[in-house]
Design a protein around this ligand. Structure first.
Ligand code: SAM
Length: 221
């Protein structure tokens, strides 16, 4: 599909997805003040996650990669009143924007932020999580996947963002030293999951690619 058609369809998808509260526009506006505005998930991925949390009846959610708090708040609004969302990030600067907006939203109290390298924080968390959203530094994706699977509830779902890497995952025959470390790590993750007999997975072509993963033995739980 030509790139302009893909962009047009993406805009069409946004235009046909429920418009969130104005606070999400405020978060998106603040994201633009950072040098990394493109990292924010946005309306379609946000509502996709929100719907997933709602239909699974999730009680506990884990997010790896907070940024300015858009996806965290999207998921938190679908949690029950006593639900909990733990989100991990290394950046005080980005997450101070997130905390400012969560503080003025009625569901913000469900969100707990833990600052520090996620590979280390993940080792300190109590299982189990019903939904895990992996959306931090790509180099660590294979490790995030393995640790998330260990923290997942039997019927839980892992969602991994950016599994297309802007299309660079298609660079299969390019020598290692000509592909970025992030591209190689995401390609490796995609292969690990595809060959992992513990799970079933489905890749979705929305935006920069989402990978949904659930335990194969979930029906026994
Ligand atoms: C793509 S953004 C997250 C976007 C957010 N989930 C959303 O959709 O709005 C990735 C975040 O991962 C954080 N990050 C990068 N390296 C990290 C690490 N080693 N541990 C935890 N977070 C990290 C960055 O600071 C950044 O805020």
């Amino acid at each position: 599909m030509p790139e302009h058609s893909r962009q047009a369809l993406s805009d069409y998808a946004v235009a046909h997805t429920t418009k969130p509260d104005s606070i999400f526009d405020d978060i998106a506006r603040d994201a633009q003040t950072t040098p990394s505005a493109g990292m924010m998930s946005g309306r379609t991925v946000g509502y996709f996650l929100n719907t997933l949390v709602a239909i699974t009846g999730a009680q506990r959610v884990l997010e790896i990669g907070t940024f300015v708090g858009y996806s965290a708040l999207m998921m938190a609004t679908a949690l029950p009143e006593d639900g909990e969302l733990i989100t991990l990030d290394v950046s005080e600067e980005f997450t101070s924007i997130a905390r400012k907006h969560w503080a003025r939203h009625p569901d913000g109290h469900k969100i707990k932020l833990i600052l520090g390298p996620a590979t280390e924080t993940l080792d300190t968390l109590e299982p189990q999580f019903d939904v895990v959203f992996i959306d931090a530094d790509k180099d660590n994706y294979p490790e995030y996947y393995e640790k998330s699977l260990n923290l997942l509830s039997p019927k839980g779902i892992i969602v991994v963002d950016n599994v297309f890497q802007g299309g660079r995952v298609l660079q299969q025959d390019v020598p290692d030293d000509q592909r970025s470390a992030s591209t190689r790590a995401v390609q490796r993750l995609n292969e690990i999951v595809q060959n992992d007999e513990r799970v079933n997975n489905v890749m979705i072509t929305e935006r920069d690619g989402l990978l949904l993963i659930r335990r194969r033995d979930a029906h026994l739980a």
